[in-house]
Design a protein around this ligand. Sequence first.
Ligand code: UD2
Ligand code: MN
Length: 543
Amino acid sequence: VKVSQPRADEAHPVKTISQQTLVKDVDRKEEVKLSSKPDVNLMSGNHSSPVRKPGVHKVLSLDATNSPRDPNAVGQFGQAVILPGSKDAEVMKRWDEGHFNVYLSDQIPVDRAVPDTRPESCAQSLVHDDLPSTTVIFCFVDEVWSTLLRSVHSVLNRSPPHLLKEIILVDDASTKDYLKEQLDKYMSQFPKVRIVRLKERQGLIRARLAGAAVAKGEVLTFLDSHIECNVGWLEPLLERVYLDRKKVPCPVIEVISDKDMSYMLVDNFQRGIFKWPLVFGWSPVPENVIKKNNMKDTDPIRCPVMAGGLFSIDKKYFYELGAYDPGLDVWGGENMEISFKIWMCGGEIEIIPCSRVGHIFRGQNPYKFPKDRQKTVERNLARVAEVWLDEYKDLFYGHGYQHLLDKKVINIGNLTEQIELRKRLKCKSFKWYLENVFPDMDTPVVKAEGLTTSLNKQHHKDATLTLPVLFLLIQNQQFNYTWMKNIRQQNLCIGSQNSGSGFALTLCINCNSSEPQDDSVRLRPCQPSSVFQKWEFTHYYVK
Ligand code: UD2
Ligand code: MN
């Protein structure tokens, strides 16, 4: 991981610099001049002065909830609420509406204040006066009333008005009555809020596309519908897009407790990664990388993949990238798709520590999937694997998704357009991505369990593969199943012996035959019905 280097910027060539004091642009690590005064009229939100002198100003820590209407309300200032035990039944009764404490959420003001969790120097960082405006897109299906409202209020209250073009709420065919006229009526008090209603359930991917299609802002900012934006969240995101339109910045995603609704600070220096088979996760930036690059807690963190829900992207760039694959259904996998696409086709994904947004992480999706959930997600992932992973897709299928290779079992749909797009954009290979964006990814070590194979060079002159008891910690009993379909141990591959039907550590072949006469493994012609020719890799772990 490297701290992002400044790059030449096509969309926003270096700004003409005006007047006065020399200050350090913390991000660009170069000297820029600060205009005498930012010509942004903060309070009126009117930013239409015809002649604007580009310059920089301290990030606007606007927070209309600083002096809350009701400072004594429960959950105010993001604090945890412990309800008396007598409320348990009510809490339980309403839990499934959102798979979090809906009963409690309904007691908390929709415009509560939250603690400013940014690293200290964020309030001092500089952003340009002429940042692009953004459309915030929330798509939702059957979202809980109070969390949907809290999400919208947090954007309205904590975004500089001149940068917030509009908020688009895309209703993905919700079934709840309160999300119809009642929502229209409530939102009609905010001229910036628009509601787009989808006639049929499309899933979050196509719902986001529907919102993007009517957006008027220069930048799209996608958010989940159960979030709370923190103080100063927007400008640091827009600043990155301004510096380079191919940067895709994400806020730090903080945790709003599903139980007590408290707003919780998360650790710094976390980045988004994936493990096979395309499972998203968080991983701390290694200590030595932080030291080597002299990283500050405010520096952008480059991420191999994004979590998916919260990010800003230049609208034109989003469409140049072909937006999302519209063939992805309901939920899941689209974060992998857009992440690979961004990196492999010339962009960058970053987490911006000065931008923070709380999100309620739920144990389960509270809405129904039109088709089976697991099948939907694995179909989405297979589409992503087929388009973006090149030869590495075997590694995806090899981690428990072999059944997807049977086209009769699952129809992943037509991919022609996606493959064409990748060609047209001249995107780099997945190998390039792994080597350059995610070089420290753990190589999976795969052990053939059940068969308890082991290869014992010391005890067999000819390095025959035998099947004795497995000792997990013995190095020469550990194998890598590589993306080239080889079974590898350190530098050698398992191959057939020159004479006979045994195995040796030489040639690299597809290894698919064994029969337990004694404990040695032998090559035989393939017999699909033979259980002794089937190898199941059941155990995955990382070094
Ligand atoms: C994460 C992402 C989410 C998305 C998902 C993978 C974060 C914080 N969240 O899961 O944005 O990338 O991974 O796909 O990074 N929705 C619809 N229609 C549907 C299903 C969902 O509009 O058919 C809405 C839903 O109301 C919510 C958003 O899409 O606002 C994301 O769904 P989620 O909150 O269930 O996803 P999450 O946070 O578990
Ligand atoms: Mn969510």
